[in-house]
Design a protein around this ligand. Structure first.
Ligand SMILES: Nc1ncnc2c1ncn2[C@@H]1O[C@H](COP(=O)(O)OP(=O)(O)OP(=O)(O)O)[C@@H](O)[C@H]1O
Length: 315
């Protein structure tokens, strides 16, 4: 496997007031992946990306960006990174073209109108290049932020809460844009507290809570490893309690006694077939106990359940 594009080791950050916002974070970002950093408000997401981007100094630890130390080789490291902040600052009366071209200049890159044209076209902003930012829709403004971050041809793009406070349609549009960038070879790191976003977009997910990186995992593995499934049986006759002969199963009875809910591990089911999940045994035991049901459905636990469990466990 190729070298990681970002290597973070033993990163600590204590702010001037003594608050420890990051606690010994180790993390490697793979070339070309979409990595979602998921965590509740105040978990340390912005602190972590600000450190990697060189906007905040680390108290301890080391960051390498594409082989360059982010302190000793600051310029080389920083030139490889594009950062998409949440909001546009005060350039409302500038045109799209000028804003994006100016951003490139900030990195000391010589003008390259052909590159700016490519970026604007890929983000469907070409037709708006002479518009002032103030005249653009919310979605277009967000795309201008991405264009600015791509103006100096970075290999890594950080997106800080890319879809915070935007509507569903715009969120989908942003996801599409991000996927396209990844397909063009850009490594993407996004922070989010929308679980749905991590579930939809990421190749790997890191969960950060109270300054600690509590988990880093392939999304698919995470879902498989920690996900559980529920089978709900709608009974013919309500029950007062779960029959003693079914005590071996993880069963819950709904308050009205009309539904039996069976929780089992989705991973057992996929690796061992329905036998492994105990469904056959449960159905046989239900038959023996004379508990009839008229309908059933299953539900896979989402990343949201997993996330809530993780954060709860450590609270
Ligand atoms: N300059 C600072 N001085 C002291 N504490 C700070 C400073 N900046 C951030 N913090 C604290 O560090 C913690 C992590 O903040 P950070 O902004 O990194 O979290 P976050 O995960 O990005 O949260 P959000 O989703 O709300 O943006 C918070 O408790 C915050 O109050």
């Amino acid at each position: 496997m190729s070298e990681p594009i970002i290597r973070i080791s033993g990163l600590n950050k204590t702010y001037a007031d003594g608050f420890q916002a990051l606690k010994h974070v180790d993390l490697e970002i793979r070339r070309g992946e979409i990595f979602a950093l998921l965590g509740p408000n105040g978990a340390g997401k912005t602190t972590l990306i600000s450190l990697v981007c060189g906007l905040v100094n680390a108290t301890q630890g080391r960051v390498e960006v594409d082989g360059f130390d982010h302190v000793a080789d600051y310029r080389a490291a920083r030139s490889r990174i594009g950062l998409v902040p949440q909001e546009l600052t005060n350039e409302a009366f500038e045109t799209v073209w000028n804003t994006v071209s100016f951003s490139r200049g900030l990195f000391g890159k010589p003008p390259d109108p052909a590159h700016i044209e490519r970026v604007l076209k890929s983000l469907a902003l070409w037709g708006k290049r002479n518009n002032r930012l103030i005249t653009l829709s919310g979605g277009m403004k967000r795309r201008v932020l991405i264009a600015k971050a791509l103006s100096h041809e970075p290999r890594i793009l950080f997106l800080d809460e890319p879809t915070a406070g935007v509507d569903v349609e715009l969120r989908r549009e942003m996801w599409q844009v991000v996927r396209q960038l990844r397909d063009n070879g850009v490594t993407i790191i996004l922070t989010t507290h929308y679980i749905e976003e991590a579930e939809e977009m990421a190749d790997r997910i890191g969960v950060i809570n109270r300054g600690e990186l509590v988990l880093v995992e392939e999304k698919a593995t995470l879902m498989r490893k920690l996900g559980s499934k529920q089978l709900t049986l709608h009974l013919h006759q309500p029950l007062e309690r779960v029959p003693a002969s079914l005590a071996a199963f993880d069963l819950q009875l709904s308050a009205d006694g009309c539904e039996l809910i069976y929780t089992y591990e989705a991973s057992r089911e996929s690796s061992e077939g329905s036998e492994g999940s105990g469904i056959s045994a449960l159905l046989a035991a239900l038959g023996a106990a004379d508990v009839g049901f008229k309908d059933l459905h299953t539900r896979q636990s989402s990343l949201e359940d997993i996330f809530v469990d993780l954060v709860k466990e450590r609270a």
